[in-house]
Design a binder for this molecule. Structure first.
Ligand SMILES: NC(=O)c1ccc[n+]([C@@H]2O[C@H](COP(=O)([O-])OP(=O)(O)OC[C@H]3O[C@@H](n4cnc5c(N)ncnc54)[C@H](OP(=O)(O)O)[C@@H]3O)[C@@H](O)[C@H]2O)c1
Length: 155
């Protein structure tokens, strides 16, 4: 969402009521409380959908795109026939580590353009617990693993 804002997009985000102010502060222009409202009833003709949920949320997302738009999912599977029927594109996206991208992101953080929000920090030995917490969803930022003594023993 912060990257979309930085790119100059008008950003509509789905979030629960308790996260409304937090998400607005991160740069969303409009919040749709998905617990009380179906986003497809109020959102139409957007250029890009970034789907972090998959399943039914992904299926309902096709209808909010305008022709020529793109649905990018991080959590679901793209139905190619649905994309072509609606004259939009659908892409499954998976993050890949990139030194160049990370350096660019670090510059944006240094410039204060984007913020890294940390919800929890776990020791490396608590990795399993951290992973389980991530799976629950509804976290308010990133979950970080702390490596005491640096990474020298791991690489
Ligand atoms: N493919 C990849 O490379 C990749 C990379 C990173 C993450 N992921 C996956 O993406 C998913 C989410 O990642 P994340 O934890 O980073 O996301 P997140 O920050 O928790 O954001 C999810 C957003 O969607 C909202 N939301 C939750 N349930 C919803 C629903 N049913 N309808 C509409 N909006 C809903 C949440 O609101 P509230 O929190 O207010 O409920 C929150 O604003 C996870 O499954 C993760 O594994 C994939």
């Amino acid at each position: 969402m912060q990257f979309a804002h930085w790119c100059g997009a008008h950003v509509l985000a789905t979030a629960a009521t308790k996260h409304r102010e937090f998400v607005l502060d991160l740069g969303a222009h409009e919040i749709i409380d998905y617990t009380t409202q179906r986003f497809e009833d109020v959102v139409h003709d957007v250029d890009v959908v970034l789907d972090l949920i998959g399943g039914d949320t992904l299926t309902r997302s096709w209808g909010v795109l305008q022709p020529g738009g793109i649905l990018i999912t991080l959590a679901g599977t793209i139905d190619r026939s649905e994309a072509s029927r609606r004259r939009v594109r659908g892409v499954r996206f998976t993050v890949k580590p990139s030194r160049t991208d990370l350096a660019a992101i670090a510059r944006l953080i240094d410039a204060g353009t984007i913020r890294a929000i940390v919800s929890d920090v776990f020791p490396l030995a608590g990795a399993q617990k951290a992973f389980r917490q991530g799976l629950k969803g509804h976290n308010r930022g990133k979950i970080v693993l702390r490596v005491d003594g640096g990474l020298s023993g791991l690489v």
